[in-house]
Design a protein around this ligand. Sequence first.
Ligand SMILES: [Zn+2]
Length: 418
Amino acid sequence: MRRMNAERVVSDLRELAARTSTPDGAQRLAWGPVWRDAREWFGGKVAELGLRVETDSAGNNWVTLPGASPKTVIVGSHLDSVPNGGWLDGTLGVVAGLEALRIYAGATPPVTLRLVDWADEEGARFGRSLLGSAAAAGALKIDDVRELKDRQGTRLVDALAENGVALDRMLDARDELKRIDARAYLELHIEQGPVLESMQKATGVVLGTFGVERHMIRFTGQAAHSGSTPIPMRRDAFLAAAQTALECREIGLRHSKPTPGDAVVCTVGIVNVEPKIVTAVPGVCEISLDQRALSAEVLAAMLRDAKAAAARAAQANNVTVEWRELWRINPRPFDEALVRLCEEAVREETGDAPRLPSGPLHDAAEMVPHMPAVMMFAYSSNGLSHCKEEDTPGPHLETTIRAYLRLVQKTIAHVARQ
Ligand SMILES: [Zn+2]
């Protein structure tokens, strides 16, 4: 086993950023020429280890270092970026995974180590995030994405074909994943939020990805003249919506515990008022509500409370209320044993092991139903991501990479004992 080298990971990341960015940021948009170039660069690095890249039916790239046992530890993330994206989002996990391979390459590790570069995690071009990992997880519904087009009018099916991927064969990646005796999935990622920075911590242990309840709430009253209708006689749909929005914030605060791992979030991001005339009482008002929590019970309670609050607000304003579900996903808590190993690794490297949930979804969420998984986060400067300003300060970056490589070593030893 070779010594880990975090500086080499950072210099590889800088090399990749220089090769695939403009002054506006990273341009590794999935299925396009810059992304292919990033993958070609990556293939070159893999070849230096005497290994090679294999592509599954969904376009995910895999590198296998066979061990003494077929039991497998998977490391990885994604090389694609949003347009004008950051240099670390996705690449950090892939390039740190490459260093994990370097540590063990040339010898036979006790268990098999596989590195994955998931295809099209961002969904920035066609609108479907986690495309490659969802296909491998069997969660992708092909008919939901069949008609997708990018802004130029290029069809997803054609962009895939250009990259040697057949849309109707993408789910074969599920059988390919099932053939792996996967015992752990470890993903390192930049936090993309301000929590670690607010705690002044370089590295965090991720407890899981938030569940989401996303709804439209429509209040219907009666539009009326703003001059002639006395306040007590109005049926003002906006006021009912506004009361509901304020109450939802209180519900979120009530269900949050002070530890960052137990915080929840909720957002009213859309307000549509009709008839939208300065001299009319609003007869209809529709708001969106996006609620997120790591605990399924807490998320369900938040939704129940919000429905009760909306009903009260509707009654108080003499309007009716209807709910329409837009999208929902269950929380994906990570594996307890791997979370403990992750805590050990982070504590040994940094002296502390802050725990936090992930608000954004990640490829790791797709692996949760199939194998024990965990993620580690690196500090995000100013909480910024998906932009050229995205950064982790150098010392924090190297510390986090070392903590992650420790986690890989601990997990290999843990799986070898199984
Ligand atoms: Zn990412």
